[in-house]
Design a protein around this ligand. Structure first.
Ligand code: ZN
Length: 134
């Protein structure tokens, strides 16, 4: 298991971690190996997604999250620590993705990137990467 440390800078943002994940996969698998890679966040106010790294689309995704789940809409959890919107966005996004590996590399599509999605930043975050080959 490998770990990627991320220092987020905004309350909500998308951070492309494709390069870091790819380096881990290449270091853990040979050129001919196939397998799977699991990318997992242990935090309840963040998510992991796959999509295109394009500036406008990233803004569209953040606008979608804000529109679907606005902050401070009378959520019960806000009585505890005022971040229910961040937990709910995490529920929608999901906490992990699994990507097949072939010939020692992720078989991501041309326009696919892996994003850590911060929903309650800025914070120090940890993403875990598990590579299974065989
Ligand atoms: Zn909370």
């Amino acid at each position: 298991m490998e770990r990627i440390e991320i220092g987020t800078r905004k309350s909500t943002e998308l951070i492309d971690i494709t390069g870091e994940v790819r380096e881990i996969v290449k270091s853990k698998s040979g050129n001919v190996e196939s397998g799977i890679c699991v990318i997992f966040t242990r935090h309840t106010t963040s998510g992991i997604i796959i999509n295109e790294n394009e500036t406008g689309l990233k803004s569209d995704i953040l606008a979608l999250l804000n529109g679907l789940i606005p902050k401070g809409k009378g959520y019960l959890h806000d009585r505890i620590d005022n971040n229910a919107h961040a937990h709910l966005r995490s529920v929608v996004l999901g906490s992990s993705v699994t990507i097949p590996i072939e010939k020692g590399d992720l078989i991501l599509g041309t326009w696919q990137s892996i994003f850590f999605v911060e929903c309650d930043g800025p914070r120090r975050r940890e993403v875990y990467v598990k590579v299974i080959t065989g």
